[in-house]
Design a protein around this ligand. Structure first.
Ligand SMILES: C[S@@+](CC[C@H](N)C(=O)[O-])C[C@H]1O[C@@H](n2cnc3c(N)ncnc32)[C@H](O)[C@@H]1O
Length: 338
């Protein structure tokens, strides 16, 4: 590599001059030596002697996943990959379609290289399933661990992505609910997971009492840990158990607000929710629904279940929370119980 040797004290000004004359060869980095700094040059510069030095090639800096994979994937594959991963703390969880399986390690390594905050990459092996709503994962690259710490709405959450349900895609929804809470409310956070709804509510409204019910012992233990981590022991009481058993035993006619974030199956627990709701209490009820007609069936369901429980439900809000699958969205219907 052609270089010029420059005294240390002149190095910065000469570097600038070389750049302005387009003579600095950026493919290689300069090298420091006892006698001065060697700059790689494209051509002769003033009366500096040209010397041959072997220099290291710079590794080109990659700024985005698109850039790093552009020459390895088709534009369609690339568009898919860019949209198909979630980052929870420092763990990326990516969806790899069958056609891209051969390139999964390459994609995972690119994620690690581009996103310095990502330390581990796992691939989804299927949908969320079972009562605990967890999914199987396959390790692809980085550190082989599934416990991480995630930050949201000024709160910290420790969780094991392989053993509990968690999605960062509900962060706006958690904030939306927390903003509606009034001081003094008694809240029942059902299907509480590792505690994101109760912890975000308690962060934004400190004069509340929240009971958070969860069936998965791993999620329950993380919820206990997260309550401590965010210093919310005074406000949140975690309960390990089944909503079907816990409500009739402890919470009849007790709640001003009830959260039901179990979009696949919450309808089976509406009877318990009506049992727990005080008059004028509010229920936030989550469901999966068709994108074409997202609210009609959910509203009908809520109203008829209320009637069966001898109550009345008045819908006071509804929104699409997030797209879930092609043609399917997650919705929330907020209703007041009379
Ligand atoms: C979709 S996840 C939601 C978790 C949490 N609210 C969140 O947003 O991350 C539903 C949770 O309900 C829990 N669950 C399912 N059936 C339950 C039941 N009968 N009683 C209590 N918890 C239950 C699951 O273990 C899971 O953690």
């Amino acid at each position: 590599m052609k270089c010029i040797l420059v005294k240390r004290e002149d190095a910065e000004s000469i570097r600038r001059e070389l750049i302005s004359l387009n003579l600095l060869d950026n493919e290689y980095g300069p090298a420091a030596a006892l006698e001065g700094i060697y700059f790689p040059v494209r051509d002769k510069f003033k009366d500096f002697k040209l010397v041959e030095v072997s220099l290291k090639k710079r590794t080109p800096r990659v700024f985005s996943l698109e850039e790093s994979l552009r020459d390895k994937l088709t534009p369609e594959e690339l568009e898919y990959v860019v949209k198909s991963f979630d980052v929870i703390g420092d763990i990326a969880i990516i969806e790899i379609p069958k056609e891209l399986v051969k390139k999964e390690k390459l994609i995972a390594n690119s994620l690690l290289m581009v996103h310095r905050n990502i330390r581990s990459v796992y691939k989804k092996l299927g949908p969320m399933e079972g009562v605990y709503r967890t999914r199987k994962l396959k390790f692809l690259a980085g550190e082989k661990r599934t416990v991480t710490e995630y930050k949201e709405n000024g709160c910290r959450f420790r969780l094991d992505v392989a053993k509990v349900y968690f999605t960062p895609r509900l962060s706006f929804e958690r904030k939306r609910i927390a903003e509606q809470v009034k001081p003094g409310e008694n809240i029942l956070a059902l299907f509480a997971g590792v505690g994101p709804f109760p912890v975000v509510i308690a962060k934004m409204q400190s004069h509340v009492k929240i009971h958070a019910v969860e069936l998965n012992p791993h999620a329950f233990r993380h919820m206990q840990e997260n309550i401590r981590l965010n210093r919310m022991q005074e406000m949140i009481t975690p309960i390990l158990g089944d909503v079907k058993d816990v409500i009739p035993k402890k919470f009849v006619n007790s709640a001003d607000r009830i959260l039901m974030p179990l979009p696949k199956g919450a309808e089976k627990f509406l009877g318990e929710a009506f049992l727990a709701a005080k008059r004028n209490g509010i229920i936030h009820f989550y469901q999966f629904a068709s994108e074409k007609n997202p609210f009609e069936d959910v509203e009908k369901l809520v109203i008829s279940e209320a009637r069966l429980s001898g109550r009345k439900a008045e819908v006071i809000g509804k929104r699409i929370v997030r797209p879930f699958a092609p043609g399917v969205v997650q919705v929330v219907v907020d209703f007041r119980v009379r």
